[in-house]
Ligand binder design. Structure first.
Ligand code: ZN
Length: 482
């Protein structure tokens, strides 16, 4: 015999996100046993470690509280329904309510947030939650820009930002927190000025460092939520692992050209990034935004969705994007949602985790440390100054440009264009009797091409260190940078 069980909103993430489920059982105890057998994560929310029903969870059969019937032995008919009513709907405990009573909004804040205050789901209580919340943003770039601006406008109490970059002209196409007058300044200071301009009530903490295994736990530990706006795999795994180890939600977004992804990783309630992608792609397979490009408005959309999910987590309202990955295709204008499953074999959040502390993420992602790359004798290099001397001397060599045709169109050094992705098929076009000097935009793709050519039997191959970017900066500033 099956009865209908009503699942309250806060517990739905642990019950396949369903509001009702049909469960077999002749008594309330049997139904709850079968329910938690089917949805194992529910167990800890309904039962204490001693195995008794938690005091803040009440069970009703139809309209009656089972404490006034026969408790868990209450018999059921198949027309009965069982409702789980947690006394802490929304997950607020008394300590939190008392803490919120201590928080006050000034007259100015009440006016500022008035459009929030009149929404029942936010109200004074929600606005106070936002005011006491803290969010650490990793990166003040494309995703971080709208994220920081909307979090600030919404009245988040403290926003921390980790970034070590300076504003470059090529950032302005999408990083709307920075202005033309900020070019050359630290991104942190530029972001701070924009945030304070929007909402002076926000405390802004800035960390001018590269996030690393050494500093990540320390930086994140005092924040409620981490929002990942990074664009590289080592940092993405680092943010994930640190969040899992610290039990913090990670509001995740990523972008490439016209495609965006957004989800919330929270290993307590659902999968983590490693459940989704246990291992990173080989280096060079997935190009970065700097190499592949990104439509300027796309991080605006995805970063705004990250802001939305962050605010929902703080308000404890609605259904968070935990265990769901949303893909946005800007060209098609389609949003597709995929269910993500927690991987029981996940090396960090699974049943028998093998990772208990932060590791070396550059090594994990197969990226050679910068120092090693620089002095790697297998990849002989030439500087832009040396190349200039040799061009001036009319030296005979084969200059190979391994960038994409649209990059070539923006600026080129007159080299033979064979994109790195086409090198295997077009290798015969290269003159094997000449010395080959390979360049790309910054020297990364060309180093890969040099290694490929060496393996293919070309003996005299050199990589142009720093690529056309270094050439433009040090030899010919009249060439456009991109
Ligand atoms: Zn995991």
């Amino acid at each position: 015999m099956a009865v209908k069980v009503f699942i309250p909103t806060p517990l739905r993430p642990y019950a396949g996100r369903q509001s009702t489920v049909e469960i077999e059982g002749g008594t309330v105890g049997e139904v709850l046993n079968n329910l938690t057998a089917r949805y194992q994560q529910l167990h800890q929310h309904l039962y204490s470690e001693q195995g008794s029903l938690r005091s803040y969870v009440n069970i009703y059969v139809n309209d009656s509280d089972i404490r006034y019937l026969s408790k868990e032995n209450t018999k059921l008919k198949d027309t009965d329904s069982v409702s789980i009513i947690p006394s802490i709907a929304g997950g607020i405990d008394m300590a939190e309510i008392e803490a919120l009573e201590e928080v006050h909004l000034s007259k100015e804040e009440i006016l500022r947030y008035s459009r929030h205050l009149i929404i029942p789901e936010v109200g004074l209580k929600g606005q106070k939650k936002l005011k006491t919340a803290s969010v650490l943003m990793i990166g003040a770039g494309g995703l971080g820009s709208p994220l920081a601006l909307y979090l600030a406008a919404a009245g988040i109490g403290k926003i921390g930002i980790v970034d070590f970059d300076v504003v470059d002209e090529s950032n302005l196409q999408r990083q709307i927190i920075h202005s033309t007058s900020d070019v050359g300044k630290s991104k942190l200071e530029s972001a701070r000025a924009s945030i304070e301009g929007i909402n002076p009530n926000v405390i802004v903490e800035t960390y001018p460092v590269r996030l690393s295994s050494e500093n990540a736990l320390d930086l994140m530990k005092d924040y409620d939520i981490v929002a990942d706006g990074t664009d590289n795999f080592p940092t993405r795994y680092l943010v994930n692992d640190a969040c899992v180890l610290l039990d913090k939600p990670n509001v995740y977004g990523s972008i490439f050209r016209f495609d965006g992804q957004v989800t919330v990783f929270d290993a307590k309630l659902g999968p983590c990034y490693r459940c989704l992608y246990p291992a990173p792609p080989p280096p060079g397979l997935v190009p970065s935004c700097a190499e592949g490009g990104v439509l300027g408005v796309l991080p605006g959309i995805i970063g705004t969705l990250q802001a939305l999910e962050t605010i929902k987590l703080i308000l404890e309202e609605g259904e968070p994007l935990i265990g769901r990955l949303v893909l946005f295709d800007a060209l098609k204008f389609s949003f597709r949602e995929f269910t993500l499953h927690k991987n029981p074999d996940c090396p960090i959040c699974g049943l028998n985790p093998s990772i208990h502390k932060l590791i070396d993420y550059e090594e994990f992602c197969g990226i050679e440390p910068v120092v090693k790359q620089k002095y790697d004798f297998d990849t002989p290099e030439i500087t832009v100054e040396e190349l200039k001397r040799r061009i001036d001397k009319c030296d005979d060599f084969y200059l190979l440009d391994v960038r994409e045709p649209n990059e070539y169109e923006i600026a080129n050094l007159g080299g033979h264009l064979i994109p790195v992705s086409e090198l295997t098929e077009r290798v015969l076009e290269i003159d094997p009797y000449k010395e080959i000097i390979v360049h790309c935009k910054t020297g990364v793709r060309s180093a890969k091409a040099v290694r490929f050519l060496q393996k293919a039997g070309f003996l005299k191959v050199k990589n142009l260190a720093g690529g056309i970017e270094a050439w433009t900066q040090r030899i010919d500033p009249s060439l456009p940078r991109y």
